[in-house]
Design a protein around this ligand. Sequence first.
Ligand code: NAP
Length: 332
Amino acid sequence: MKAVQIVELSGPRDALKLVDVAEPEPSHPSTPGQGVLVEVHAAGVSFPEVLQTRGQYQVKPEVPFTPGSEVGGIVKSAPEDAHVKAGDRVAAFCMLGGWAEVAVAPAFFAFALPDELDFAHGAGLVLNYHTAYFALQMRGRLTEGETVLVHGAAGGVGTAALQVARGLGARTIAVVSSDEKERVAREAGAEEVVRSDGPWKDQAKEISGGGVDVVVDPVGGERFTDSLRSLREGGRVIVVGFTGGAIPEVRVNRLLLGNTEVIGAGWGAYVLRRPELNVEIGQAIDRLIAGGFVRPIVGARFPLEQAADALELIDGRGATGKVVLDVAAPAL
Ligand SMILES: NC(=O)c1ccc[n+]([C@@H]2O[C@H](COP(=O)([O-])OP(=O)(O)OC[C@H]3O[C@@H](n4cnc5c(N)ncnc54)[C@H](OP(=O)(O)O)[C@@H]3O)[C@@H](O)[C@H]2O)c1
């Protein structure tokens, strides 16, 4: 089968090679038992894969390896304990190996794809939306009527956080860096949009009537202290990632003075050890899809062979929503 592999850590462009490799076995290396084999139609591209092409991500397989953490496709085979069966349309989180014609995912990471969503949506569903729900609901304890400020709001995690926050009954403020990203954030349900290079902290306090309840932060870096300052008493900053590069440090006296919290939300490693939690989050996301709140925004699509273009788009801060590789033509 065709696959795109990372063959050296000189990324993004020079690290990739289109190769012919054997189809994977249905057993998944990360979990005991059989996995779900998926005929891949669309594969997601995300920030961690940019880092993987440079050997800078926490998951560092030996080269050559096939990256790609999530796919939309059709089940070729599934074990008894899976919630999907051969022939089903699925969104699956495979961790690695998704940039290929066939991928394998643990049974608990394969979710039936609702009729409203196509394969490209499926390739953008698990990582970002499960993370957003885990961060907002399970870690951030978001309640209806609270105000959520989302950094990197036009990105993959950002658009998902906006949609999930709206679905959970929150008010939303997006922080973005350009007009085009403002358009995307509004499409994802942002009620208010402020600019990252402007006085966003003061604007957020004014919009929210004194301070926001929750900040979702996939960016980190310089803006972290102002995120803390933008909170109302009892507010929470949820740490999701560091696209801005620098990992911020917290002077904890700020937390004491404001009665505020900084909360880590690391979805992948946590749910990998709790298969039943994935079912619960999958059902919650299905309800948000059925309610019309969740629909992944596919910002750019490339054929599998052009995976380097997809990575460069993300690396250059030009991506909006989910970047997707088309691996096969959609089935009828
Ligand atoms: N904790 C978890 O479980 C979890 C799960 C999934 C992803 N993540 C992490 O979350 C982060 C965001 O992922 P994503 O898929 O949403 O990425 P993305 O689609 O590329 O979006 C990231 C956003 O970050 C902002 N940004 C600010 N400075 C940047 C810079 N120097 N370079 C690139 N972007 C910059 C950009 O928005 P503006 O231009 O508007 O500022 C961009 O839209 C990544 O670090 C990823 O590893 C964590």
